[in-house]
Design a protein around this ligand. Structure first.
Ligand SMILES: NC(=O)c1ccc[n+]([C@@H]2O[C@H](COP(=O)([O-])OP(=O)(O)OC[C@H]3O[C@@H](n4cnc5c(N)ncnc54)[C@H](OP(=O)(O)O)[C@@H]3O)[C@@H](O)[C@H]2O)c1
Length: 278
């Protein structure tokens, strides 16, 4: 497993398992356990997913030591006013006495209070790294400018048609690691997997177009957390090492970028209102 060294020296596995919409808690636990068995060492959850307990049970039941598993959770904007306490509750649900990475889930509501709570948890050693999610470049630069700890990670929608080049420029400027959510566009861009160029590259390596997508993102230095609740797909999504795309292939894949998010664009006021009502 390749890792990314975060801006505070913490090593983060670059491929992990996403759990958004893994609402069947028994299945979520089973899939997380299976993932650890296959070799995954990184699981992404959130207070809003309602499955932190299933993730915690899976890590506890697995033969992999807790110290070898990287767990990320995210604070719901509904808990920004008592973010500190909410993380302690997450820790209980996750059956752990520390969390590897905690993110502010969205740049809405009282983010400054929540960030200062996170800075406190980080200083106390309860959390190994802190970061943000769904932060566009302007919000990211603003947060960095007016606080002490620079986020270690920004988790934003990133896939073939939304490569986040502008935001990435600013992440690189401040040493913030780029993490992709929805690397497969949450199943809303499946027609892309019929694309001739993508299929041709995939056939060259005897891989699937989704494996090429993950490989492309990893080679771009992007941390990926594809979600699945199917064991065979867990293996497929993990089998993206041991080959390297050429610069020409990388260029061809870069040209898929339309710079337009499919899922959560925090720049649209109606999206902000929808999330606040969530
Ligand atoms: N920070 C945020 O606001 C935010 C937002 C969204 C997501 N996330 C995180 O990022 C993770 C990944 O994003 P996502 O779950 O939204 O979307 P995603 O990983 O892009 O796509 C998941 C979808 O792809 C399907 N899939 C997965 N592997 C496949 C394969 N090999 N072949 C065919 N279909 C496959 C899954 O179906 P099955 O499950 O049925 O296999 C599911 O429908 C989430 O789970 C979550 O942890 C964060």
């Amino acid at each position: 497993m390749i890792t990314k060294t975060l801006n505070n020296g913490v090593e983060m596995p670059m491929l992990g398992l996403g759990t958004y919409l893994s609402k069947d808690l028994e299945l979520c636990q089973e899939i997380c356990e299976k993932a650890l068995e296959i070799g995954y060492r990184h699981i992404d959850t959130a207070q809003m997913y309602g499955n932190e307990e299933a993730v915690g049970k899976a890590v506890e039941a697995s033969s992999v030591p807790r110290s070898e598993v990287f767990i990320t959770t995210k604070i719901s904007h509904k808990r920004y006013s008592d973010a500190y306490e909410s993380v302690l509750e997450s820790m209980k649900r996750l059956r752990t006495d520390y969390i590897d990475l905690v993110l502010l889930h969205w740049p809405f509501a009282d983010t400054y209070k929540a960030w200062r709570d996170l800075e406190r948890l980080y200083a106390e050693g309860a959390v190994r790294a802190i970061g943000v999610s769904n932060y566009n470049a302007d919000r990211l630069v603003d947060l960095i400018g007016y606080n002490n700890v620079v986020p270690a990670v920004d988790q934003v929608e990133t896939n073939l048609t939304c490569q986040q080049r502008e935001c990435r420029k600013w992440m690189d400027t401040y040493g913030v690691a780029h993490e992709s959510y929805a690397p497969f566009g949450q199943g809303r861009m499946d027609e892309i997997y019929e694309d001739k160029v993508l299929l041709e590259i995939a056939s060259r390596y005897n891989k699937t177009p989704r494996q090429i997508t993950l490989r492309f993102l990893l080679q771009e230095g992007v941390i990926c957390i594809p979600k699945t609740v199917h064991a065979e797909r867990l293996s497929e999504n993990f089998d993206v090492f041991g080959f390297t795309l050429t610069e020409k292939e990388m260029e061809a894949l870069r040209s898929f970028d339309k710079a337009s998010p499919l899922i959560g664009n925090p720049e649209r006021p109606e999206r902000v209102l929808k999330a606040l009502a969530w």
